[in-house]
Design a binder for this molecule. Structure first.
Ligand code: NDP
Length: 292
C-alpha cells in the first residue's frame, strides 16, 4: 500500500501520515519544500504520481486565518489556488494510476449559517467567497463517471488538535487566563477532534462502501460559548474575556472574520450511517485530550 498526501506537511496532513505509517502504510508527501519521501507539485505535473500509488489524499491549502496576511486580492487568489488547483491536479493525475480511492478535504463554509440543521444531502448555493471556494474545491475533486476510482470528500468543521489550527492560536491566551468566547459566543461551532478526522480519512480509504460527501464534524452540536466553557474547564482557567467582533473584523477583515463570527449547524448523518465510530464524540472528552 502506498498513499500520496498533498499537503502532508501540514497540521492535518502530518497527523495523517503519522497514523498511516503506524498502520504500516508508506506515504509520499506533496509539498512546496523538498525533503525525504516528498515530491513537488511541479514533479506531479511533469511525472505524475508514483507507480505504486494505491490511494491519494489532498489536504493542502494556504492558511486562511494567517493574521500576518492581509486579505488582499492576491492572497485570496493564493487561498483559492492552493486548494482548487492542487485538488484538480491530483484528480487529473490519479486517473492514470492503479489507485482505488481519492479522498479530499473541504469545509463546512459550504453551508450558509442560519437555523437549518445541515446533512450531507442538503443542497446549498454558493453565496460568498468562502462558500464559492468550497463548491469549486469539491467540483475540482470530481472524477469522470467511467473512472473506477472511489471519490470521497470530507467537509470538515474546525479541527481541534494541540499542534495546529484553532487550538494552537488560542492555547496561550487561555493558559494565561485571558481566553473567552468570540463575540456573543452564540454562533454554532462545527468541530472535530484531529484524531477523528484522520480516522475518518483512513476509514474512507479502507471501506469500499464509502463514497461522496461526509460531514467531518462531531455528532454533538455546540456553540462557541459551550466550546469556550469546556476548554476553560479542561485548562483549569477562567475564560470570561470576550473577543469583540470589531477586533476580529479589523485584524482579519469582515469576509474572513465571518469564519469565527458565524457558524453552521452541521450533523454527520452519512458518517454515522456508514458505521464510523468517534473517539471524541463530545467536546468535554475532546478538550480533556487537548490539554493532556
Ligand atoms: P496547515 O496550514 O497546517 O497545512 C497546510 C498545508 O498546505 C501544508 O502542508 C502546506 O504545504 C500546504 N500549502 C500551504 N500553502 C500552499 C500553497 N500556496 N500551495 C500549495 N500548498 C500549500 O493547514 P491544515 O492542516 O490545518 O489544513 C489543511 C487543509 O484542511 C486546508 O485546505 C484547510 O482549509 C482544510 N481545513 C482545515 C480545517 C482546520 O480547522 N484546520 C478545517 C476545515 C478545513 P507546504 O508548505 O509543505 O507546501
Amino acid at each position: 500500500k502506498h498513499v500520496v498526501v498533498g499537503g502532508g506537511t501540514g497540521f492535518i496532513g502530518s497527523q495523517l501520515i503519522k497514523s498511516l505509517s503506524l498502520d504500516g502504510v508508506s506515504c509520499t508527501c506533496i509539498s512546496r519544500m523538498p525533503g525525504p519521501n516528498r515530491m513537488s507539485w511541479n514533479d506531479l505535473e511533469r511525472y505524475g504520481l508514483p507507480e505504486n500509488t494505491s490511494a491519494v489524499i489532498n489536504v493542502a491549502g494556504q492558511n486562511i486565518l494567517d493574521p500576518m496576511q492581509r486579505w488582499s486580492p492576491g492572497f485570496k487568489q493564493n487561498v483559492r489556488n492552493s486548494r482548487v488547483k492542487t485538488t484538480k491536479a491530483l484528480a487529473d493525475a490519479v486517473k492514470n494510476t492503479k489507485a482505488t480511492v481519492f479522498a479530499t478535504i473541504s469545509g463546512v463554509a459550504y453551508y450558509k449559517p442560519n437555523d437549518t440543521v445541515y446533512t450531507e444531502e442538503s443542497k446549498c448555493e454558493p453565496y460568498d467567497f468562502l462558500s464559492r471556494l468550497t463548491h469549486d474545491w469539491e467540483e475540482a475533486a470530481k472524477l469522470p463517471e467511467d473512472c473506477n476510482i472511489r471519490q470521497v470528500t470530507i467537509r470538515s468543521g474546525v479541527v481541534l488538535g494541540r499542534n495546529g489550527g484553532m487550538i494552537k492560536q488560542i492555547y496561550l491566551p487561555f493558559f494565561l487566563g485571558l481566553g473567552g468566547p468570540i463575540a456573543t459566543g452564540d454562533q454554532y461551532m462545527p468541530w472535530i477532534h484531529i484524531i477523528d478526522l484522520v480516522n475518518m480519512f483512513i476509514f474512507a480509504l479502507k471501506n469500499n462502501n464509502v463514497y461522496g460527501i461526509l460531514n467531518g464534524v462531531a455528532p454533538q452540536l455546540i456553540t462557541n460559548k459551550e466550546f469556550t466553557k469546556a476548554f476553560a474547564i479542561a485548562m483549569k482557567r477562567p475564560a470570561v474575556i470576550p473577543l469583540p467582533s470589531f477586533v476580529l473584523q479589523i485584524l482579519f477583515s469582515e469576509e474572513r472574520a465571518k469564519i469565527m463570527l458565524e457558524g453552521q449547524k452541521v450533523t454527520p448523518k452519512r458518517v454515522t450511517e456508514v458505521g464510523f465510530q468517534y473517539q471524541y464524540p463530545n467536546i468535554e472528552s475532546a478538550c480533556k485530550q487537548l490539554v493532556e
